[in-house]
Ligand binder design. Structure first.
Ligand code: NDP
Length: 302
């Protein structure tokens, strides 16, 4: 299969590319920078979709970029980097004379309202309640294909939790302070912490890219991209400390996170949702790292 990956040069994209190539598939990345094995977003717009059987979008300005202050220009970039790239790919698919059989977009679990008790599956109804849930709404809407291709192309949205892996995402910034024994719970630590190992997210995207058995459904299929283990921030903190053999005695108060990150962004870490991967499991997806211990051991070992 030939797979086109928007934002394939990033943390998740590199893992997905490795996995697909190991399975014998061909990968072309869409990037802002030209290079071998890549096309640029400008080339996609001017030349149209290159021949491919699967397309994925992973492009997006990093939400946890520690070098960027939470201001209007950053928020604008978070929206445009996801929505414009997703729209460009959806439009190229719609205009193609031979559209791919699968189109996969990875969005986030920020659409579900943080709660200590509510449990969310892919079937849970939700409406935007803050800036990040509004982002997810517009992002997923921008991936929708017009009717002329919905019977040829399967549309899948994977709502990912915090992606855990050595080379990117939240872990990249957390490992050093935890190594130094400076790690601790965020706020009360009771908030749910939905997560997935990067290797499982890549596996789930590859699973979603498989050709549909029947005529695809005209609507988007949603899969929650989280591990089945429901953990809190306290459990995550204690387990990471245990695996690293380091103490985790310095809790980080909410006001510090809000000041450093901006409260609208800190919500991702200071509050959380219990997200159940109901359809993901019903679809037969097998996790390599279903629990925190196995996931964190693999990350620390690698
Ligand atoms: P990365 O931060 O690694 O970014 C992916 C790619 O996006 C980059 O390699 C870059 O490609 C492109 N990109 C970055 N900034 C911009 C921009 N301003 N405009 C256009 N393109 C840009 O992302 P991840 O691999 O961590 O995540 C993949 C997707 O999954 C993202 O959309 C993310 O929002 C989503 N997600 C990630 C989670 C996580 O914990 N990592 C959690 C939930 C969802 P290039 O430089 O080649 O153009």
């Amino acid at each position: 299969m030939r797979v086109l990956i928007g934002g394939g040069s990033g943390f998740v994209g590199r893992e997905l590319t490795r996995l697909l190539k190991n399975k014998g598939h061909e990968v072309t990345v869409i990037s802002r920078q030209p290079g071998p094995g890549k096309i640029t977003w400008g080339e996609l717009e001017s030349h149209g979709l290159p021949p491919c059987e699967g397309a994925v979008n992973l492009a997006g300005e990093n939400l946890m970029n520690p070098l960027r202050w939470w201001n209007e220009s950053y928020k604008k970039d978070l929206f445009s980097s996801r929505i414009d790239t997703t729209k460009s790919l959806a439009q190229a698919i719609a205009a193609s004379s031979s559209p791919p059989h699968s189109w996969v977009v990875v969005s986030g679990v920020a659409c579900y309202k943080p709660s200590l008790t509510a449990e969310y599956t892919e079937e849970s109804a939700w409406t935007p309640f803050d800036i990040l849930s509004k982002l997810v709404k517009e992002w997923e809407a921008s991936a929708l294909l017009p009717e002329n291709v919905t019977n040829t192309t399967k549309q899948v949205v994977i709502r990912a939790g915090a992606v855990l892996g050595r080379d990117g995402g939240a872990m990249k910034q957390m490992l050093l302070p935890f190594w130094l024994g400076l790690g601790g719970t965020l706020g009360s630590g009771r908030q749910p912490f939905p997560w997935i190992h990067v290797s499982d997210l890549a596996g789930l995207i590859a699973h979603a890219l498989e050709p549909p058995a029947d005529t695809p459904s005209p609507s988007q299929q949603v899969l929650n991209g989280v591990a089945p283990a429901l953990n809190t921030n306290l459990e995550f903190t204690k387990e990471l400390g245990r695996v690293l053999r380091r103490p985790t005695i310095f809790p980080v108060p909410g006001f510090v996170m809000n000041t450093l990150m901006g409260s609208e962004r800190a919500i991702v870490l200071m509050e959380g949702q219990k997200v159940i991967p109901k359809r993901t499991q019903e679809a037969g997806f097998q996790y390599k790292y279903p629990d925190l211990t196995s996931a964190l051991k693999e990350i620390v070992r690698s």
